[in-house]
Design a protein around this ligand. Structure first.
Ligand code: MLT
Length: 313
């Protein structure tokens, strides 16, 4: 029997699987960094979502760790190299929430284009502002997808019936594979210059950090809408606010922030921005999938069996 420290909310189905394997499941959410370091000492497994920063210091405190399980996709909050150096396996649930993330993207795209949250807010406050919240059709617009991986492709599939032109930039995807998904590959600059709507679906890596900053935003069309459900650090929030102020962008919808939790972004409190608190994976279905998938991977790791979704095996 191993002790599994779960530092963020995990679906019951996942917790049940860990317990069914005979492990002592220690759910401790909302811990400070110091408390987390104390709690991880002696645990054989650590299960996290996106809020727990697994750095070298935490790994050192986890003197008995065999595996870190990330109940979700992004691994930008895990120092995988430091885990590897210490012989700690890292695994994730790579497809658990991609449908939810794609659906959230479409929800934000439509909400921003038709200014639904702004109109809802006004009416909730007793103002019938029918003349104020006009929007833009998606029909026959050019949608630029930055990152044509799993989520980018699901977004393409879901918005294609709106009769849009789909273009993408992704240095790791061939033109043939994109064409099979109904998408034309273009350069980064061409995507910025042609798109009416730009949607971000890249992981946060040293290559993508700050990718869409002042220089890139200056190339966008003045009515362009930007949707970011990927990672906050890819879009420079201060530069995006400046572009909106200067009338060089139509609007922004974002679910992710350079640091989280975020309550003071320069993009908050504006009528040309729709903001949500990292809800892309927050559906019952995605959480169930992430919880059960990561529990299965952690159980395999603790049993000494091969772990299919290990990223540093
Ligand atoms: C992910 O990377 O899986 C999503 O951003 C959701 C999450 O962080 O849990």
């Amino acid at each position: 029997m191993a002790r599994v420290l779960v530092s963020e909310t995990l679906a019951d189905a996942g917790l049940d699987l860990l317990r069914a394997a005979g492990h002592d499941v220690d759910v401790r959410t909302g811990l400070s960094n110091d408390e987390l370091r104390d709690a991880v000492a002696g645990a054989q497994a650590l299960v996290i979502r996106s809020a727990t920063q697994v750095d070298a210091e935490l790994l050192d405190a986890g003197d008995s760790l065999v595996v870190v399980g990330r109940a979700g996709v992004g691994l930008d909050n895990v120092d995988v190299a430091a885990a590897t150096e210490r012989g700690v396996l890292v695994c994730n649930a790579p497809s658990s929430n991609v449908v939810s993330a794609a659906e959230m993207t479409v929800a934000l795209m439509l909400a921003l284009a038709r200014r639904v949250p702004q109109a809802h807010q006004a009416l909730s406050e007793g103002r019938w502002e029918r003349g104020r919240w006009g929007g833009m059709e998606i029909y026959r617009k050019t949608v630029g997808i930055l990152g044509l991986g799993r989520v980018g492709r699901l977004v393409a599939q879901r918005i294609a019936p709106f009769d849009v032109a789909l273009i993408a930039f992704d240095p790791y995807v061939s033109a043939e594979s994109a064409r099979a998904a109904g998408v034309d590959m273009v350069s980064f600059d061409e995507l910025l210059e042609r798109s009416d709507i730009i949607t971000l679906h890249m992981p946060q890596t040293p290559e993508t950090a700050g990718l869409l900053g002042a220089e890139g935003l200056a190339k966008c069309r003045p009515h362009a809408l930007i949707i970011n459900t990927a990672r906050g650090g890819i879009l420079d929030e201060a530069a995006a606010a400046a572009a909106l102020d200067a009338g060089r962008l139509g609007g922004i919808a974002l679910d992710v922030y350079e640091t989280e939790p975020m309550t003071e972004s320069p993009l908050f409190g504006r009528t040309d921005v729709v903001a949500t608190p990292h809800l892309g994976a927050s559906t019952a279905e995605a959480q169930d999938r992430a919880g059960t998938h990561i529990a299965e991977q952690v159980n395999l790791a603790l049993a000494g069996d091969p772990v299919p979704d290990a990223v540093n095996a």
